[in-house]
Design a binder for this molecule. Structure first.
Ligand SMILES: Cc1cc2nc3c(=O)[nH]c(=O)nc-3n(C[C@H](O)[C@H](O)[C@H](O)COP(=O)(O)OP(=O)(O)OC[C@H]3O[C@@H](n4cnc5c(N)ncnc54)[C@H](O)[C@@H]3O)c2cc1C
Length: 465
């Protein structure tokens, strides 16, 4: 029986294990997780009715991978979609006030977020030419400025990057962080045209399957929070998981199986294949003796720092709270708070009756100092922002702070070349696989998509070996 060891029991590692067991029931699978708690970034806590997501707040149905995983785990009927208000009402915090983000073309024409010149530059994007020689790798800021003008880049692209990566659009690579955009430019000659074509294609495919036209993209979770997904993966994987093991190294073995995975002390596991699904800086340490050059390249993938500050207020103390998703303060404004999700407005059962639960994200690439503040100072800073942005009249009744010292990997310029170099080395190490959110997408959907690809490759390779 072939043995596979998966290092890391976050969403990526657990999803690889689950899919591999489905595809190759005869393979022995072992997940090794450092902490005693599974899920990595994903986790839900209940504090007397305030239901706090410590990491992600939901997943998008833009791709089918997480919805399909939920269905295959038997969780489909427990999913809840974010509210309609949360889909439609999203805000920016600019010039010390909340400004609604435009929805659709009419909204763009009438928004006060752009000047007339800014609107003209954005709306004429489809007729802007594409240079014959496109840059090999370009920052998100450069790309959006080139296509849609500086205002669109400073306002919309910055907000998008702040919301997803808590990163800087001038530093992140568009080809790595938003790979569809350069493809649309190349294939459709325009991003707006590219999105229109993609949406037409989705409608056509749905019609061919006899389904109704797909609706707008939504965010999903469970009534009890995303912890449900991790608990169900853990329960179905059962004895295949060992927690409390910090893997130290992976060595190639002269024995029958190709690899030896070493934990703390004398613990060791032989494996025909090893999947590293822990963060990049951990992968680098684990592989340092095997291939120092490879380890150095992996260690070059940097992470930002984020503090999640969940605050509960009495509803009566939040007179002006709009119903919606929340707001983003683009990172170029360098505010204490990068953005706020109005959790109890997005999903049901996030706060006790008569209260609201909001989650502020602080830190990111440019305000990492926020993560170093003590709890009291962090809470007071966020509360001051809530007074300004949301008009709250009294202090919060509940606060929970979670610090992520290595939060979200930053796909900076050169990331694609780095990943290609890493892939080329790994291709020469049969049975060694690197995955997780450090390489090909940070969203939960990206992690589960990669997990499916890894599991399918393992099932194929182990069947033929
Ligand atoms: C604050 C925050 C908000 C986010 N919001 C969203 C969102 O709303 N929507 C969305 O789609 N995505 C969001 N994300 C991103 C998403 O949550 C992550 O990309 C995804 O969960 C990463 O999963 P992973 O399994 O690849 O990595 P991780 O979650 O980092 O899991 C890696 C696991 O490996 C373990 N490990 C580390 N070292 C070792 C070792 N040596 N030996 C054994 N085990 C080890 C760790 O303990 C951990 O459990 C957010 C992330 C953060 C931090």
């Amino acid at each position: 029986m072939p043995h596979v060891v998966i290092i890391g029991g976050g969403l990526s590692g657990l999803a690889v294990a689950f899919r591999l067991k489905q595809l190759a029931p005869d393979v022995s699978v072992r997940v090794l997780e450092h902490r005693h708690r599974l899920g990595g970034n994903v986790g839900t806590e209940d504090h007397n009715g305030f239901r706090v997501e410590t990491g992600p707040n939901g997943f998008l149905d833009r791709t089918p991978f997480v919805p399909r995983l939920c269905r295959d785990l038997g969780l489909a009927d427990r999913l809840v979609a974010g509210s309609e208000a949360a889909r439609k009402n999203r805000y920016l915090f600019l010039d010390e006030r909340l400004r609604k983000l435009p929805g659709g073309l009419l909204g763009l024409l009438t928004t006060s977020l752009l000047s007339t010149r800014g609107k003209w530059q954005l709306l004429t994007e489809p007729i802007r030419g594409t240079p014959s020689q496109l840059p090999a790798d370009e920052s998100i800021a450069e790309f959006v400025t080139r296509r849609a003008g500086k205002e669109a880049a400073n306002i919309f692209a910055d907000a998008l990057v702040t919301g997803i990566h808590a990163g800087d659009p001038a530093l992140l690579s568009v080809a790595s962080a938003f790979p569809r955009l350069p493809v649309m430019e190349r294939e459709a000659g325009s991003i707006i045209r590219g999105f229109m074509r993609a949406s037409k294609q989705r409608r056509k495919e749905a019609k061919a399957r006899g389904e109704p036209p797909p609706g707008p993209q939504r965010m999903w979770s469970f009534r009890e929070g995303l912890g449900v997904l991790i608990d169900e993966l853990a329960s179905q994987l059962g004895p295949s998981i060992t927690t409390g093991v910090k893997v130290q190294s992976v060595e190639s073995s002269a024995g029958v199986a190709g690899w030896v995975v070493r934990g703390d002390g004398r613990d060791a596991w032989s494996a025909d294949a090893v999947v590293l699904a822990c963060p990049a800086y951990e992968q680098a340490e684990i592989l340092a003796d095997l291939d120092p050059g490879l380890a150095q390249d992996i260690a070059g993938i940097t992470y930002n720092r984020i503090a999640v500050v969940a605050l509960g207020y009495r509803r009566a103390d939040c007179p002006g709270q709009p119903d919606g998703f929340g707001y983003i303060a683009p990172q170029n404004t360098r505010r204490d708070v990068l953005g706020v999700q109005w959790c109890s407005s997005i999903y049901p059962d996030r706060a006790p009756e008569g209260y609201v639960l909001w989650r502020a994200l602080c830190g990111g690439v440019h305000r990492a100092d926020m993560v170093d503040r003590d709890d009291d100072s962090l809470m007071r800073a966020v509360h001051e922002e809530m007074k300004l942005a949301m008009g709250v009249t009294r202090s919060p009744v509940f606060c929970r702070i979670v610090r992520w010292h290595n939060a979200i990997p930053q796909y900076t310029i050169g990331h694609r070349d780095r990943v290609a170099r890493i892939d080329a080395v790994i291709a020469r190490c049969p049975g060694l696989i690197l995955t997780g959110n450090a390489y090909r997408g940070v969203a939960m959907g990206d992690c589960v998509e990669q997990a499916e690809i890894v599991a399918a490759k393992l099932a194929r390779d182990l069947a033929t070996s």
